[in-house]
Design a protein around this ligand. Structure first.
Ligand SMILES: Cc1cc2nc3c(=O)[nH]c(=O)nc-3n(C[C@H](O)[C@H](O)[C@H](O)COP(=O)(O)O)c2cc1C
Length: 428
């Protein structure tokens, strides 16, 4: 296969490289402030950079050092930094303006009743509230407080005022509160916060704005009888990250989701989800969703063989061995080899000769690109954060075979999808 270095390949493309999207995370002084650590970690898992700005009260609950370590960036807390008046501090003095210009979404989580009141009335008496006033992009608040504070008409009116200003409320949940009482006021789940942020970024102009991408994830389950099935170990981790990366570039995502996918991770992905179990269900869901789509990322691990299921539970009495006869399932991507009107990207997982075999599948199925996974259970088992993979296109090796973070690979795949789509449109 002809090798084409990635650098030269990109130079010929007019599209600029995908820049990591940045989320400005405002943390305020409530007991749920510690949950900001998990929010940062999950946003990072979706390939988003996070810049934290904290109120003084928030620093009483959680150390800025913790959040600086997790984000790899200094945490902004002080509107009036040390050494004001020196040239070096000029940058810091206008930090809130800079912050407000750089990020792609602004989310206050957790948001105290106090900060909600300030935001609703345009009060700018700390770095977080000043930043909020200068902010011109998608803004979200995730309130967290005692249920009487939340239900108080003052707070409710302030939240209404925030909605009028264009804020999105990530509503709190019912449940046990840190004060020992039960009611509505508990910070929304991390999954809901992350998916709301991703949806807000999705709504902005990106390389894939206005495009619809079908992504398939997870494994399939082929029933042996009413209570048993044959499956594989797929967790859909790479597919979910690809869906998030594509959404962050503005694409609408139709996610056809098979078995084995962690529901909490699924909740974070801003996608319209169609759940399926068997290879046959996967095929009909894909056939329905691809009509009018711009790209298909076939990342699910679909069974190659399936049994004819027994009507009743298979009995073990009188049997020392059990022979199963399996039938080839239909190769979904091969069946779509003539559908050149949309971008088709597949995946090929092998335990030997991964790149060559993936290359053969790419040509056989007429794909635009394929992810060649060299699976080694001892190095990167199923569900791991890393994967040994290469990416091939019709023009040659796009990314070489190496162990890389799934988040990083997902970002590359989203960018490649945008390039392939752009090329396809030029050919029309
Ligand atoms: C132990 C403790 C827990 C608190 N938890 C909350 C809370 O969950 N939600 C809230 O709105 N205020 C809570 N408060 C009150 C805020 O800390 C207080 O209103 C503060 O001024 C908020 O400042 P900030 O909005 O600038 O972060 C708590 C106070 C204390 C002492």
């Amino acid at each position: 296969m002809r090798k084409l270095p990635w650098k030269r390949w990109t130079q010929r493309q007019k599209l600029k490289a995908t820049k990591a999207k940045t989320v400005l995370l405002g943390v305020t002084g409530g007991i749920a402030a510690y949950k900001a650590c998990e929010i940062v970690r999950r946003l990072d898992e979706h390939g988003l950079a996070v810049q934290v700005v904290m109120t003084e009260a928030a620093t009483r609950f959680i150390s800025p050092l913790t959040l600086a370590t997790l984000t790899g960036r200094p945490v902004w807390t002080d509107e009036f930094p040390q050494g004001v008046g020196t040239p070096a501090s000029a940058q810091d003095i206008i930090a809130h303006i800079g912050l407000a210009e750089q990020a792609d979404a602004f989310v206050v989580a957790p948001a105290t009743a106090n900060t909600i009141a300030k935001l609703a009335h345009g009060i700018a008496d700390n770095l977080l509230t000043s930043t909020a006033l200068a902010w011109r992009g998608p803004a979200l608040v995730a309130p967290a407080m005692n249920h009487r504070m939340y239900d108080n008409p003052a707070t409710q009116e302030n939240l209404q005022a925030l909605l009028q200003l264009g804020y999105i409320e990530i509503e709190p949940e019912e449940g046990w509160l840190a004060c020992g009482e039960t009611g509505r006021g508990r910070l929304a789940s991390t999954g809901r916060i992350v998916s709301s942020v991703l949806r807000a970024i999705q709504g902005r102009e990106g390389q894939l704005g206005g495009k619809r991408v079908v992504v398939t994830a997870g494994g399939t389950r082929e029933p042996l009888d009413p209570v048993r099935f044959i499956s594989n170990a797929s967790t859909g981790a790479l597919a979910l990250k690809c869906a998030s990366a594509l959404a962050a570039e503005g694409a609408h995502i139709d996610l056809v989701c098979g078995a084995g996918v962690n529901p909490e991770l699924l909740e974070e992905v801003p996608a319209e989800v169609t759940p399926v179990k068997t290879a046959a269900e996967m095929k009909s869901a894909i056939e329905e969703k691809i009509e009018g789509c711009d790209a298909l990322l076939m990342l699910a691990a679909v069974a190659d063989y399936a049994p004819a299921p027994a009507a009743q539970k298979i009995k073990k009495s009188g049997r020392e061995t059990l022979n199963l006869e399996l039938q080839r399932t239909e190769d979904i991507l091969w069946g779509l080899r003539e559908r050149r009107e949309f971008v088709r990207i597949g995946v090929s997982l092998e335990t030997e000769d991964a790149t060559n075999r993936a290359g053969a599948k790419l040509r056989d199925k007429g794909l635009d690109a394929i992810i060649a996974v060299d699976f080694r259970a001892d190095e990167a088992p199923y569900g791991d954060a890393s994967i040994r993979a290469a990416v091939l296109t019709g023009e040659g090796e796009h990314l070489p075979l190496e162990l890389r973070a799934k988040t990083e690979l997902a970002g590359e795949i989203a960018h490649l999808t945008a390039i392939l789509l752009d090329n396809k449109e030029k050919q029309r």
